[in-house]
Design a protein around this ligand. Structure first.
Ligand SMILES: *Cc1c(COP(=O)(O)O)cnc(C)c1O
Length: 428
């Protein structure tokens, strides 16, 4: 697979190089030079395969021969289902929350952990990642106990749910949780600064595992195919996916699936942090200050995958005018949760609720709507119980986590403090 740096196209890398580097020169993202579409007959054949077999074929098509054990990696990473569940008239939920940390990020993180484990050779690696909730949990779980790889997870203090925090901060061992006295964007800036500190980067073998890593994105391409495969054949040609967007990794993966031949269009669904919907409306890119909402994994005002979306549209000769969009306040989110539960007894957590309700507004005659269920309602139990008036059952893994003590360290949003902390705990 040939990739290039979106900020400096003289930097060209293979897939394994892109995974190891994470991010390129000048903080440029790596992106494929070309995406070869799958032909009709290959597509319909793929839809007949099961999730792991099909995902292996798709990833092999994208990545090529760089990973000799790709099949084993996919089998070991995708050990849970992604069921398509009817939620409303002509509207389905693609439930991506049946993995170990109950959010879609398990797909990307588990694939990435196994890819890195297989390509690192004897090099020591440190994963440094910023999370507004689910990434950290998924990454921590996916890498826990991996030989030769340490993980440092930064999250904004008090701005992620108690359960999310427990999933990140109770593992210990090679997983170091750090709560930052600030907001998510500051955590993300710390990560970027660390990557610019070349000496430090080299010393600890720094790698990012947030959605800027290309391996995560490619893993996520697979479940868009899984969604279509679960639809009856006659419904596969007119699909609209609604994606709850934060850093826009998930929707980038969907757009890659479209470039590969999946027949669908997309709706960008945002909370009040609506930089992209406003941009698509006006053509002006004007991020506001990030505000805290119920859907905290989407509280991002400068989505770091957006350059990839633009690059893909350019490469495919698509028009951004065809990208549908919407945004919702917390009040509207709550109403959507209540409305759907009263109608069909389908319980939504706030992220999925935004995707569902934006889809309901944007779906056209004759289309089948699929919104991405990005997290299990139990992950946001407090809010879901209060808003809908139910008592969501905590899955067993969460019950066990809830009882454990947090081992998180606390730091100000100051790069030098972070660096000193890391040098100490990583013993380098
Ligand atoms: C991360 C996350 C999102 C946003 O996904 P992006 O790929 O960052 O756009 C949406 N919902 C949930 C529950 C998440 O954890």
């Amino acid at each position: 697979m040939d990739l290039y740096n979106l900020k400096d196209d003289s930097e060209k890398v293979s897939f394994t190089e892109a995974v190891l580097k994470g991010i390129g020169k000048n903080q440029g993202l790596f992106f494929p030079k070309h995406i070869e579409p799958l032909d009709e007959s290959t597509l319909s054949w793929l839809y007949d395969l099961d999730l792991t077999e099909r995902s292996y074929r798709i990833l092999k098509h994208l990545i090529g021969d760089e990973l000799p054990n790709l099949k084993a990696i996919v089998k070991d990473a995708f050990t849970f289902k992604a069921p398509l569940v009817k939620a409303d008239e002509n509207i389905y939920a693609l439930e991506l929350f049946h993995g170990p940390t109950l959010a879609f990020k398990d797909f990307g993180a588990r694939f990435m952990a196994r890819v890195l484990g297989s390509i690192r050779e004897d090099k020591r690696l440190t994963i440094l990642t910023a999370t507004s909730g689910d990434t950290g949990a998924a990454v921590a779980d996916a890498f826990y106990g991996q030989e030769g790889i340490d993980v440092v997870v930064l999250y904004p203090k008090g701005k992620i749910s108690k359960l999310q925090e427990k999933m990140i901060s109770t593992l210990g061992g090679n997983i170091k949780a750090v709560q930052i006295d600030g907001i998510f964007d500051e955590c993300q800036d710390l990560v970027k600064t660390a990557f610019d500190d070349l000496e430090f980067k080299e010393k600890v073998g720094l790698n990012s595992a947030n959605s800027i890593n290309i391996s995560r994105l490619l893993a996520q391409v697979c479940y868009y195919f899984e969604a279509i495969a679960q639809l009856p054949k006659e419904k596969r040609d007119k699909v609209v996916f609604s994606v709850p967007c934060g850093n826009f990794g998930n929707i980038t993966a969907g757009l890659i699936a479209k470039a590969l031949g999946v027949k669908c269009r997309f709706v960008v669904a945002c909370n009040a942090n609506d930089t992209i919907p406003r941009y698509l409306e006006s053509g002006n890119f004007e991020p506001h200050e990030t505000i805290a909402t119920l859907s905290n994994a989407m509280d991002i005002s400068r989505p770091n995958n957006w350059p990839r979306v633009e690059a893909l549209f350019k490469m495919q000769n698509w028009s951004l005018k065809d990208l549908d969009y919407g945004s919702m306040s917390d009040e509207e989110t709550k109403k959507a949760m209540v409305r759907l539960y009263e109608k069909t007894c389908y319980a939504l957590e706030p992220h999925a609720a935004i995707a569902y309700d934006t889809l309901r507004n944007k779906i056209r005659e004759g289309e089948t709507g699929i919104f991405l269920g990005t997290a299990h309602p139990a992950k946001f139990k407090e809010d879901v119980d209060k808003i809908i008036g139910i008592d969501v059952n905590l899955p067993k893994v969460l019950k066990e986590k809830a009882r454990l003590e947090s081992l998180a360290y606390e730091l100000k949003p100051d790069y030098n403090a972070l660096k000193a902390y890391m040098l100490e705990v990583l013993k380098v």
